[in-house]
Write a protein that binds this ligand. Structure first.
Ligand code: LRH
Ligand code: MN
Ligand code: MN
Length: 391
């Protein structure tokens, strides 16, 4: 049976990175419902992220999205990093954005016009400059590039342009920096997408070298895709850079991780835990990529962090010796029962106990609610920002 002290140590050591855009107003293309008290600046987004860390103890990193988190001045990003540090935070992945400019109608790094490709690559290089200023080690790339109609552009030619752009960015990375290439099977392109799946991302990362890894956004797959298989395969190859966690019922819904299918999240975390993905040396980034369109944002991020912790705790409770014995014996039912026993364990008491041992409140959502901060920021912050989505 797993040793509970070791399970607790692994849970205490896990780091979950929250997205700056999860704290801002967001919505669908139909409507953005503004909430009172949302941050007006990247600095205020960090203030909110600091609350999530204060109540959970495991969320010290914050991903930025450029230009949504653009700060002015030559030392603006260094100031943002210093502001984060003063609050016990660190700046995490820098997410590029080559999808909200009129020039990118036919794509960014895969665009048929070299001038547009240059503009897109310059933005990616600027993101590496920002990483230098903030001390961030991860550059997260997601390309909306693709086509809507058969014949619109040359599919192979677009792959060549993508490879060329990625090679230029890769060459610019420092020794401690890496590039995480995200994939998504459709949207906004509806016929071909230039990085639609893990295989395409993996093939580009393999060619680029060890500083390029795949990022798995859990909302970016066709229904029925076995995401945990992808995770296990990439871990085995040393190519799993991290996750963009969220939940989906239909498409890229960006709902709270673990809300739609907690069993899937458990299966993913089982492959992660079993294959060394929780070890610091594997450097797997557990990032959230979510939008809280109708629910209160800070408690929703806290809840999401807790959902990842619960799935991780259950994964750590899998009796791996019993599992291997059953697998070796070809005992299908017994092997499956080992996994289900762990999944069906109520880990909430264990996590409450761990939090109390760390001097935290056992129920972070209730503790945040009782802190009265939400009412304070609602009164103080007027004219909060939109995250960038659903404009
Ligand atoms: C694209 C995506 C990508 C973007 C983020 C805001 O759907 O998942 O990670 O950077 O949403
Ligand atoms: Mn994502
Ligand atoms: Mn997405």
């Amino acid at each position: 049976m797993p040793d509970i002290a070791a399970v607790k140590a692994a849970l205490a050591g896990q780091r979950i990175e929250t997205p700056s855009w999860g704290y801002g107003n967001s919505g669908t293309r139909f409507k953005v419902f503004a909430q009172a008290g949302v941050p007006r600046t990247p600095f205020e987004k960090l203030d909110d992220a600091a609350q999530v860390h204060a109540f959970t103890g495991v969320a010290p990193k914050v991903s930025l999205h450029i230009p949504w988190d653009r700060v002015e001045g030559s030392d603006g990003y260094a100031a943002l990093a210093a502001y984060a540090k003063e609050r016990g935070l660190e700046l995490g992945a820098i997410n590029s954005n080559t999808f909200q400019d009129d020039d990118y109608k036919l794509g960014s790094v895969c665009h048929p016009d070299a001038k547009v490709r240059r503009k897109a690559v310059d933005h990616l290089l600027e993101c590496v400059d920002i990483m230098d200023a903030t001390g961030s080690t991860d550059l997260k790339l997601w390309f909306a590039d693709g086509t809507n109609y058969p014949g619109q552009d040359d599919v192979v030619g677009r792959q060549d342009r993508l490879a060329e752009a990625l090679a230029e960015v890769y060459a610019r990375l420092g020794d401690e920096q890496r590039l995480l290439l995200e994939y998504k099977f459709f949207e906004p392109a509806f016929y071909t997408t230039d990085v639609p799946d893990w295989g395409t991302s993996y093939a580009h990362c393999l060619k680029l070298g060890p500083k390029a890894q795949v990022v798995v956004d859990t909302g970016h797959h066709a229904p029925g895709t076995n995401i945990e298989f992808i995770v296990a395969f990439l871990l085995r190859e040393g190519k799993l850079g991290g996750f963009d966690f969220n939940s989906r019922f239909y498409a890229d819904d960006d709902l709270m991780v673990g809300s739609a299918d907690p069993f899937q999240l458990f299966r993913i975390m089982h492959e992660v835990a079993k294959n060394g993905g929780l070890d610091a040396t594997m450097n797997v980034a557990f990032m959230l990529d979510q939008c809280h369109n109708i629910e209160a944002k800070i408690p929703a991020v806290i809840r999401s962090v807790m959902n990842v912790q619960e799935a991780t705790a259950k994964a750590l409770l899998v009796d791996l010796d019993a599992l291997r014995d059953a697998q070796r014996a070809g005992d299908v039912l017994a092997a499956n029962a080992v996994l289900m026993d762990a999944y069906n364990t109520d880990v909430r008491p264990l996590l409450r106990e761990l939090r109390q041992e760390q001097g935290l409140a056992p129920d972070p959502v209730a503790a945040y609610r009782d802190s009265g901060r939400q009412e304070r920021i609602a009164a103080e912050r007027v004219g909060g920002e939109q995250a960038g989505w659903g404009a």
